[in-house]
Design a protein around this ligand. Structure first.
Ligand code: HEM
Length: 487
């Protein structure tokens, strides 16, 4: 008995010693490379509190950015045991996403195309698979194609009016209202679904993260080879089965009926000169849902929240929308959208202050020597560009907490350094649908604002709080406002 206990104790001690050594070696990476870094805490690195949901990842990044900006072009930090580079200098940001983007074509996310076919999407893939997919997708997301989808977008936005007619005007759930519009757009444009299927589609969009556990996702990121071997799945299987089934059915349907009006990205992929295989088109539809729905909902929700708190800006936006609509015979056309200058400024200011993706990710695919300096980003290093912190940097945006759309007047914009505003990322791995997303947000705002006025109500949380359990900047609870009809 004593012998057994003795052996158990020895095994436990051995395991603990190995664990201790692994942690110490991992957290010594930046020190060994002689790179300026934030001192890590045992095991948690520099994100203690983020994993437990006590603070938002953005808060941790903001703290490091503020402390080290100006001291070096980048600083090292650890997300648990994983070393990251946090870029501090806008010139280096510009190099990474534009001039030297060839060194940083990977994002380093987990995907497992054979075990989870929907993960073979543009957002998650890297390497040559991403490259050929990107070339095909660039043919889909052309400005001309996006304009062709505008009439369908305008048609979908009419649901906002009818939803508002049924809403509780004293305390309207804005997050639900904008969520219903954006989900309809996704069902229709990414999956090509007719209106009768949208309710079921909406149900599954709320379910695909059901099995998500941060620690498992972390292990999959850290050890992708083992995760693939163990067939780790990022999304709930019933949900991915549903999305795959409906996308494949729509692709078949699309083949049966030719000469139908252009209404979706799915059609554009299927009609390409060298179309992708059906499974790959389905994966793109799912990737768009995953990449687009959260940021679209957050942006429209935050935008109305800010306008409710700034009635004078809200009136100015509504006036511009109404006047411009009158000049265009009440039609939502590309020319009409182009003339909504102030409304666009309002959207951009929302994207600055409440940047949905608080950071951009890149993985160095080749060693990168910073020109004219001794610094090197090694092959395989994970690089993080802290966009939300840049958007709140007082040296770039004075009085950064103030919501001020005038920051996006042409002349003021030109006075800022390049790479100072990156809500959609940019360069090779920038958001492929940025133009479409802007169009969708503008059309949504037109429908929301032309006949309705919004104000804070007793259920409005001021200041708005972010949800610490999400990596995106999303509201912690639904945004609620009072609504009044205006003629
Ligand atoms: C407010 C709305 C949106 C915001 C703020 C946004 C932002 C972003 C950002 C920051 C990235 C990473 C860019 C980078 O690493 O440089 C990204 C990538 C991406 N987004 Fe968006 N996005 C939005 C809407 C959409 C929509 C509606 C779609 C699809 C219809 C979409 C599809 C994608 C895809 C496929 C990628 C990956 C591109 C690649 O790696 O090649 N996004 N988006």
């Amino acid at each position: 008995m004593m012998d057994l206990m003795h052996r158990a104790l020895l095994t436990a001690f051995g395991a603990l010693s190995v664990f201790y050594a692994v942690v110490k070696i991992s957290l010594g990476y930046w020190k060994r490379r002689g790179i300026l870094h934030e001192k890590p805490k045992f095991f948690w690195g520099n994100i203690k509190g983020v994993v437990s949901g006590k603070r938002h990842a953005q808060d941790a990044l903001q703290t490091i950015y503020t402390e080290y900006k100006g001291k070096a072009p980048f600083v090292g930090f650890y997300a648990c045991l994983k070393p990251f580079i946090l870029v501090l200098d806008l010139k280096l940001v510009h190099q990474i996403i534009f001039t030297d983007a060839g060194h940083f074509t990977s994002r380093g996310l987990y995907s497992n195309p054979s075990g989870e076919p929907l993960s073979a999407n543009l957002l998650q893939l890297d390497g040559h698979k991403w490259r050929s997919l990107h070339a095909k997708s660039a043919e889909v997301f052309t400005p001309a194609n996006m304009q062709k989808l505008l009439p369908r977008l305008a048609q979908i936005s009419t649901r906002i009016q009818s939803d508002l007619d049924k809403a509780n005007l004293q305390s309207c759930n804005i997050s639900e209202l904008v969520g219903a519009y954006n989900t309809d757009v996704m069902a229709s444009m990414a999956f090509g679904l007719g209106g009768q299927h949208h309710q079921e589609f909406a149900k599954w969009t709320r379910n695909y993260w059901a099995d998500f556990r941060l620690w498992r996702a972390y292990l999959a990121l850290e050890f992708p080879f083992i995760a693939r071997l163990l067939q780790y799945k990022s999304y709930a299987e019933p949900a991915t089965a549903y999305f795959q089934k409906v996308a494949l059915a729509q692709i078949q349907e699309n083949r049966r009926r030719d000469r139908q009006p252009l209404q979706s990205f799915l059609q554009l992929y299927c009609n390409a000169a060298h179309p992708l295989g059906d499974d790959k088109v389905a994966a793109q539809a799912f990737g768009f849902l995953q990449a687009g729905l959260g940021p679209l909902n957050a942006t429209l929700g935050f935008c109305l929240y800010e306008l409710a708190r700034h009635p004078e800006l809200q009136d100015r936006t509504r006036l511009e929308i109404k006047k411009t609509l009158e000049q265009h015979g009440d039609l939502v056309t590309p020319e009409f959208l182009r003339e909504l200058r102030f409304t666009k400024q309002v959207l951009n200011e929302t994207l600055r202050l409440h940047t949905p993706h608080p950071f951009l990710l890149r993985r160095a695919t080749k060693e990168f020597e910073l020109p004219g300096s001794v610094f090197v980003i090694a092959r395989g290093n994970n690089v993080l560009i802290p966009t939300a912190a840049i958007h709140r940097d007082p040296e770039i945006y004075p009085d950064p907490e103030r919501f001020d759309p005038n920051r996006f007047e042409e002349e003021t914009k030109r006075s800022r350094p390049p790479a100072a505003f990156l809500p959609f990322g940019d360069g090779l791995r920038g958001c492929i649908a940025a133009r479409f997303a802007e169009q969708q947000l503008l059309v949504g705002l037109v429908a929301l604002l032309k006949n309705h006025r919004y104000a804070p109500c007793v259920e409005t949380t001021i200041p708005v709080e972010y949800d610490n359990r999400r990596l995106l900047l999303m509201p912690k609870s639904d945004i609620k406002l009072s609504v009044e009809r205006v003629e």
